[in-house]
Design a protein around this ligand. Structure first.
Ligand SMILES: Nc1ncnc2c1ncn2[C@@H]1O[C@H](COP(=O)(O)OP(=O)(O)OP(=O)(O)O)[C@@H](O)[C@H]1O
Ligand SMILES: [Mg+2]
Length: 413
């Protein structure tokens, strides 16, 4: 294939998930919204519960997805903005305070940098690092609710910041898998935050909302309040567990169980129909009849456990609000029939499925909730100040990726 030069203003979101790798290519020069020009999807078995356990297998899946996306877009992909997940992810809200340095007390970008550094001083074991630091709001001389203090006048600058932490080894293994596929990691985002970027409205984030990205191996929980992330956590449970429960419960191989789940699955027994369908006998000889209710009984136990774990996490977060923005579901498992209605009843909150938005072009090909993270990565990449500052070819190779990432959140929230 004769490849075009890498487009000056193309961004690539690479969602490295437990069941699939999705590469989305978008052009950002023409319109205010990024325009999707390519998609590649490859099955991935190199992750377990959101964490790389097979670098070689993950890099093969990345290559396959990237090559597909290159063919569709005609763009040579040399780097991407990637997602990270896994139950090693932790988060906390921290405060920092500094004295404003200029004699005339005008707050500068340097004061903001210093106050964020002050908020970063938290106790972390040597095997962990800060992945993101998000300024939630600033306080100037005790007046809170300040979103951007630069240019204001005051003596004392405080920040309330949300910190996302991660196990360094898990991040490094992820980076190695990407490096092995020959790509540069341009930026790295927590998967749940990227998904939130694709599906949540500013009003929901302001009111208080929980995003649940229920994928194959993980459920990423991201709670937003006053417009910014307030709590991030990842449970090592997802749709693959439902599939393996069905495989055990109905004594069928995993691919058959997956098909049964997608075609006949339903969140709870009362929602299921009496409809029967045929399954091969475990012996391989002949068939037997199974009802949708039998399948729902297996699924119900797992989704009940999941909602219990999610409720516990929300409680554990200490969030004092009522979450009027409700719950938004993304990830492939959000498509399980009956899940939205049942969750709304159990949690007594509004629940909806989040469809990715904010991209033009072939946006129908990434319309499902399973593409929320990939679409969010593209949106974040398009808004990156690094990108806005210089075209791709002129950019320096990233000096210290994580260091750089830590510094540009404030431009986004
Ligand atoms: N119609 C459906 N009903 C129920 N489950 C579905 C449906 N379609 C897909 N799934 C499930 O969605 C899961 C995959 O979701 P997704 O693509 O979001 O995961 P992932 O990003 O690869 O994994 P993770 O985010 O956990 O690392 C699979 O377990 C799949 O069985
Ligand atoms: Mg995912």
């Amino acid at each position: 294939m004769a490849r075009r030069q890498r487009l000056r203003d193309a961004v690539v979101g690479l969602d490295i998930g437990s069941t699939k790798v999705a590469a989305v290519v978008a052009e950002v020069s023409q319109t205010p919204e990024p325009v999707i020009i390519g998609l590649g999807i490859a099955p991935n078995s190199g992750l377990r519960k959101g964490v790389v356990v097979d670098i070689e297998g993950t890099s093969r899946a990345i290559l396959q997805a990237v090559e597909q996306a290159e063919r569709m877009s005609g763009v040579e992909i040399t780097g991407a903005v990637i997602s990270a997940s896994g139950s090693h992810i932790g988060s906390l809200n921290s405060r920092g305070v500094v004295a404003v340095s200029r004699p005339d007390h005008e707050i500068t970008a340097d004061d903001v940098r210093r106050v964020l550094e002050a908020a970063r001083v938290i106790n972390l074991t040597p095997d962990r690092e800060v992945l993101h630091i998000v300024p939630r709001e600033y306080e100037v001389d005790g007046y809170d609710g300040v979103k951007d203090p630069v240019g204001m006048v005051g003596g004392r600058l405080e920040v309330e910041a949300h910190m996302v932490t991660a196990a360094s080894a898990s991040l490094q293994n992820l980076m190695r898998a990407v490096a092995r596929s020959g790509l540069e990691v341009e930026d790295l985002w927590l998967s749940g935050l990227a998904a939130g970027e694709a599906v949540l409205t500013p009003a929901e984030k302001e009111l208080g909302v929980v995003l649940l990205d229920i994928g194959g191996g993980t459920t990423d929980i991201t709670l937003y309040d006053k417009g910014s992330p307030w709590y991030c956590s990842v449970l090592p449970v997802g749709g693959e567990h439902i599939t393996s429960d069905i495989a055990v419960g109905l004594r069928v191989p995993l691919p058959v169980a997956e098909q049964v789940k997608v075609e006949q699955g339903c969140a709870t027994v009362p929602q299921a129909a009496d409809r029967e369908f045929e399954l091969p006998n475990p012996s391989g000889r002949g068939t037997r009849r199974v009802t949708q209710r039998d399948v729902a009984a297996i699924i119900e136990a797992r989704v009940q456990e999941l909602v219990l774990l999610v409720s516990r996490e929300i409680k554990r977060s200490g969030y004092p609000g009522m979450l009027p923005g409700g719950v938004v579901l993304t990830g492939g498992t959000a498509q399980l029939p009956g899940l939205v209605e049942w969750m709304a009843q159990v949690l007594d909150l509004p629940v909806r499925v989040g469809q990715p938005s904010g991209l033009a072009g072939m946006n129908d090909i990434v319309a499902g909730p399973a593409f929320a993270t990939a679409v969010g990565l593209v949106r974040l990449a398009a808004r990156s100040p690094v990108r806005e500052a210089a075209p791709a070819q002129e950019r320096e190779p990233s000096p210290g990726l994580l260091e750089r990432l830590r510094n540009w959140w404030q431009a986004l929230f």
